[in-house]
Design a protein around this ligand. Structure first.
Ligand code: PGA
Length: 249
């Protein structure tokens, strides 16, 4: 059975109290369905509150938006994968375009972060995607493949099978523009082929970038999409509960 994954990236929104209220409202509006799971990526300070609020629902997973690759030590201001796991995280975003473009994260950083997440038994959700200039120059696939091989190229099959990839064209994030379902699907097919060619068993590839309750169904009608990673449209628990019930599995 196709099992859709709906991932909410709250970015720098929703503190611990707000996260608790959010999860309460969300849970009242969304009952577990076997054909989908819902993941939440709150800011680091809210991971524990969100994980507590979701703890008796194993279809709801809480993750962290970023990890540093060292497990512990004198690294002021960052969170390691084992510390995030202690707070209740089960997944970690890696290489989100805001990390790459605002904070200067490199392909090599993403490799170390994927590896750190896997060591701490967090599911890495590796974000890849091209800028508008790269797309206009016809470099979409070259960029995506470079990001995949830099971050994941050294993993063996079992490790590769644990990774989720989110294709998020940078020009579609927070802009209200998104790729057509067919364009997204074509990139997803290449990503899946790359992953399965390196031993991944049934890899999951999400789409992200201005996904909302209006366009989600058309995107998810593409069988290449295993789910969506959503920023802005995930911040309201009622709207998000509606969005996660779109799309046929
Ligand atoms: P958006 O963000 O849905 O607000 O475009 C998606 C993301 O950055 O993961």
């Amino acid at each position: 059975m196709r099992r859709l994954l709906f991932a909410a990236n709250w970015k720098m929104h929703l503190g611990p109290d707000e996260a608790r209220v959010y999860l309460k409202t969300f849970r009242a509006r969304y009952n577990r369905r076997d054909d989908r799971e819902v993941w939440f990526f709150p800011p680091g300070v809210s991971v524990e509150a969100a994980a507590q609020a979701a703890r008796d629902r194993n279809d709801l997973v809480v993750g962290v938006q970023d990890v540093y690759w060292e497990p512990k030590g004198a690294f002021t201001g960052v969170i390691s994968a084992p510390l995030a796991a202690q707070a209740g995280a089960r997944a970690a975003l890696v290489g989100h375009s805001e990390r790459r473009h605002i904070f200067g994260e490199t392909d090599d950083d993403t490799r170390r972060k994927v590896s750190a997440a896997l060591h701490a038994t967090l599911v890495p959700v590796l974000c890849v995607g091209e800028t508008l200039a790269e797309r206009d120059a016809g470099h979409t696939l070259a960029v995506v493949m470079r990001q995949l091989s830099a971050a994941l190229g050294s993993l063996d099959g079992p490790a590769m099978s644990r990774v989720v990839v989110a294709y998020e064209p940078v020009w579609a994030i927070g802009t209200g523009r998104n790729a057509t379902p067919q364009d997204a699907s074509a990139v997803h097919r290449e990503i899946r082929a790359w992953l399965t060619g390196r031993g991944a068993d049934a890899p999951r590839v999400l789409y992200g970038g201005s996904v909302n309750v209006k366009n989600a169904a058309a995107l998810l009608a593409e069988r290449e999409l295993d789910g969506v990673l959503v920023g802005g449209a995930s911040l309201d628990p009622e709207g998000w509960a509606q969005l996660v019930q779109t799309g046929a599995a």
